[in-house]
Ligand binder design. Sequence first.
Ligand code: NAD
Length: 323
Amino acid sequence: MSEHSRRALVTGGCGFVGSHLCEQLLDAGSAVLALDNFATSNPDNVAQLLGRPGFDLVQHDVTEPLPPLGPVDVVFHLASAASPPDYLRLPIETLRAGSLGTANALELAERNRARFVLASTSEVYGDPAVHPQPEAYWGNVNPIGPRSVYDEAKRYAEALTMAFRRERGVDSGIARIFNTYGPRMRTDDGRMVPTFIAQALADEPLTIAGTGEQTRSLCYVEDTVRGLLALAASDHPGPVNIGNPHEVSVHGLAVEIRSAIGSRSTLTYIDGAIDDPQRRCPDISLARLELGWSPTVTRADGLRRTIDWFAARSTGPAARALP
Ligand code: NAD
């Protein structure tokens, strides 16, 4: 975010990534308007921001015509269900957020001559046949499977963003975000880090979907947000991968979390998800070169910070002290 950016709109600003983005923007001296309909979050995520000067929150569905929001210099479009249980529960809403929501956010950016940053996803690569995934790879996506509501919504959002750039001169940047984790994720959102942490804190079995040999690359939220801000401050159109290239198997991650917590949990295996990608790892050469960005928080450090956050909020009978 450049020093000239004075007011940012963050759609989905009360979500997991959005709330951290709002916080870093405020810390950098920008005013922030968070727009959210709380489809997959609640205002608690920004409770600590509500009293801060320059922070405003509007409850609104981004797929509906936007109310007057005042001038903005940059629009970050994050509003969308993001976790598999959420988008499988909200399939049509997810497609609408990627299509109508992206159109509304782009038109707002156009009217304001604002920089537009789209939070796209590594899911546009589907179950990748190329590894690690560079931005030039076009992906391997099932267009009609259950996950397509998310994957294709984001692919459409990317296409729409590029069309607004070419046809209407919108100053856009597309970030392809890879798996991000950290404080403020919901324990019931189905993503593996909060799921394993909650299970390990309660000494319950850690449920591994599939064989556990599938890999993911996990980026700590602070690093992901720095990447989004770097893209906003540049004039690069993207798409640019924002993720951590250190790959870990799902089984390996479960073991890491269990030992970081000192839990007595066992490991148990459940059916894998349909079209679940087997390997997922970003090639971040472009982000390094064009944005001067790379992640700095190690997995051990990021997991420790995340575990501490969840442990501090464990209130049920299963809550236990960390070693
Ligand atoms: P999240 O579910 O925590 O946040 C999404 C936010 O968008 C929520 O606050 C939700 O209420 C809001 N929202 C959804 N539909 C809306 C609508 N129609 N109108 C207004 N608000 C709406 O998810 P997240 O993990 O913070 O993801 C944020 C963005 O980053 C998403 O666009 C997601 O696709 C993208 N992303 C996230 C990850 C990740 O690992 N967290 C990875 C890739 C991409």
